[in-house]
Design a protein around this ligand. Structure first.
Ligand code: HEC
Ligand code: HEC
Length: 337
């Protein structure tokens, strides 16, 4: 090769390298290679008080669903609530779409659970998505929603979970497959400022916070490649393939294809009983814990749902699954969208 050619090849290689580097910077960014953004742990301490224990119990049992995901489920019981003597003991994720996902043991067992964690290890995992071992948690754990959890609610939840009965149950660590294992490293974001109690002045504002803490949108907004589909907020059609069959979430907006026919009383009844009229709700919808909210809080949740933009998206689990042009999933009445 003439020296001129060598130079051109060298320049071409350099251009290629710059293009690749710029491509990474513009697309997935460098986090997948550098590891998740994180902050050093502090020695913060959440003092246990009767008020915090009571608030923590309420949030965990009625709103945030920690123990719904973090416990083995009793599929023989209506709604598939946790197995009573395994509360918080962890399990493998039951949905067939993510067979490698493990849900850790949150009980204070020192060997297999959380007995040796500091309060800030808890705090950083719950709101910032960094596991006790420093890894980025898979965002099925709703830490992006819990990021808005007030400091006082966070303290209450940790104080409450610390006094669960310890259960010895060794859950293997999640092994996220390639390329997801790289991509999710850009999800965690450190929190370095205080999170005050949110606006509680109206039913809609209280409901907005409860809906965020209850992660309703994680199931009721359909996703494509792990991202919520724009324009279909709370419009349902997200398909779950779990131990109780294949089921799509409902459209929660007030469009006529959604729950326009609901009133607050029907909503409260549905959450308390897991039924709408004579129709049993599939256990994929965890009504059994939302139904433990006070009437007031359920009314606020409903008031918030009524502020959502109505979106036409027909979803009906009683009908055979057909291709849907709007969300590109297959669900009942998909072909009518
Ligand atoms: C929708 C299901 C779901 C809900 C609800 C949920 N979690 Fe998780 N959580 C997970 C999964 C899955 C993981 C593991 C992710 C992974 O391995 O990457 C996890 C991980 C964690 C971890 C990290 C454990 C470790 O080993 O470092 C903590 C702490 C935790 N969750 C606490 C909570 C608390 C507290 C709540 C309620 C406020 C909660 N979770 C609600 C699914 C959930
Ligand atoms: C883990 C996923 C999941 C979460 C979280 C979830 N839902 Fe659901 N929801 C579903 C699924 C799936 C259905 C459809 C059940 C069926 O058709 O049997 C459903 C059905 C419903 C229905 C019944 C609609 C009808 O057909 O009449 C209401 C109301 C509802 N959800 C409200 C909520 C609210 C409010 C929240 C948050 C506080 C919430 N859901 C959180 C999955 C979920």
């Amino acid at each position: 090769m003439k020296p001129g050619w060598k130079k051109i090849a060298g320049v071409a290689l350099l251009v290629l390298l710059v293009a690749v580097l710029a491509g990474i910077t513009l697309t997935i960014g460098w986090r997948p290679f550098l590891g998740p953004k994180t902050r050093p742990l502090t020695d913060r301490h959440f003092e246990s008080t009767p008020a915090r224990l009571a608030r923590g119990k309420y949030l965990v049992e009625a709103v945030t669903g920690c123990l719904g995901c973090h416990s083995p489920a009793d599929f023989k019981a209506h709604g598939a609530p946790p197995v009573a003597d395994k509360l918080g003991a962890g399990r493998s994720w039951p949905d067939n779409q993510l067979p490698w996902l493990m849900v850790p043991n949150l009980t204070p067992d020192k060997e297999t659970g959380t007995g040796n964690w500091s309060d800030d290890v808890w705090a950083r995992a719950i709101r910032e998505g960094i596991g006790h071992d420093g890894r980025a948690l898979f965002p099925v754990m709703p830490y992006q929603n819990f990021r808005s959890m007030s400091d006082e609610d966070l303290a209450s939840i940790v104080v409450y979970l610390r006094q669960l009965a310890p259960v010895k149950n060794s859950v293997p660590t999640t092994k996220i497959p390639f390329p997801l294992n790289f991509l999710i490293k850009s999800v965690p974001e450190p929190l370095t400022s205080a999170v005050p109690t949110p606006d509680q002045s109206t039913a809609e504002a209280r409901g907005a916070y409860l809906v965020k803490m209850g992660s309703c949108a994680d199931c009721h907004t359909p996703q494509r490649q792990g991202q919520p589909i724009k324009g279909l907020d709370y419009a349902g059609g997200f398909v779950f393939d779990g131990p109780t069959g294949i089921v799509a979430s409902a459209n929660l907006t007030s469009d006529s294809s959604g729950i326009s026919y609901y009133d607050a009383n029907l909503f409260i009844k549905a959450m308390r009983e897991g039924k709408v009229g004579a129709r049993d709700l599939n256990p994929e919808m965890p009504w059994w814990f939302y139904g433990k909210m006070t009437d007031d809080d359920l009314r606020s949740v409903f008031a918030y749902l009524r502020t959502l933009k109505p979106i036409q998206h027909r979803v009906d689990n009683a009908e055979p699954a057909t291709e849907c042009k709007l969300c590109r999933a297959k669900h009942g009445l998909g072909n009518r969208n």
